[in-house]
Design a protein around this ligand. Structure first.
Ligand SMILES: N[C@@H](CCC(=O)N[C@@H](CS)C(=O)NCC(=O)O)C(=O)O
Length: 203
């Protein structure tokens, strides 16, 4: 079993952090998406969407999509439960993880792809105005997170979950486009410091 990834990219970091929380060790194979290695034939065979990360099982089966990879490991090693337990907790974590992914990470990634010089390797052509328009959308989600974190320790409630992993990685990636936690969002800053202090955040 191995995971094909690009270490500096945010979605592979989600998987590494998830596995570190689970205490699962997997071999990694590095490719450089900035050099277009994910568009080469061998990788495209593993993931026709040409995105990292990809989990390759011992029989050659390839699983892509970060959440799908994490769900595979949640099934093979259920504890600690990072997608929650019971109907309500599972639904709440799913809700927040989707907010973190589709609300925050997606806007940050779109801003990176369309405004950052590094994004030019991935997105041709870049639409700078569109990229800039994504930054306030990301900030709106940070405000929603701050409101939530005024009442809860973790993003989806009392328990650490995949939603915290997606959230912290999106907030960290936002630094690349010079988007930092606004000073008034004290609860978000408290949460960010706590999650960043977990050993898994260095994975
Ligand atoms: N929906 C995919 C997105 C993966 C993704 O966007 N990966 C980025 C790196 S973080 C990538 O491979 N980008 C290459 C490209 O855009 O050409 C997932 O959740 O795994």
């Amino acid at each position: 079993m191995k995971i094909i990834e690009t270490k500096s990219a945010p979605n592979p970091r989600r998987v590494r952090m998830f596995l570190a929380e689970k205490g699962i060790a997997v071999a990694y194979e590095e490719i450089d998406i900035m050099k277009g290695q994910h568009r080469e034939a061998a990788f495209t065979k593993a993931n026709p969407m040409q995105r990292v990360p990809v989990l390759v099982l011992d029989d050659g089966t390839a699983i892509s999509e970060t959440v799908a990879i994490c769900r595979y490991f949640e099934e093979t090693k259920p504890e600690p439960a990072l997608f929650g337990t019971g109907a309500l907790e599972r639904a709440t974590i799913e809700m927040w993880n989707r907010r973190m992914e589709l609300g925050l990470l997606m806007h940050v990634a779109a801003a990176f792809r369309h405004t950052h010089p590094g994004g030019a390797a991935l997105e041709v052509p870049q639409f700078k105005e569109f990229g800039e328009a994504n930054k306030p959308r990301a900030l709106e989600v940070m405000k929603v997170m701050d409101q939530q974190l005024a009442a809860t320790k973790f993003i989806a409630g009392d328990t650490f979950s995949i939603a915290d992993i997606t959230g912290v990685i999106a907030v960290d990636f936002a630094r690349v486009i010079k988007l930092r936690i606004p000073e008034e969002l004290k609860h978000l800053a408290r949460w960010h410091a706590e999650i960043s202090a977990r050993p898994s955040a260095k994975a």
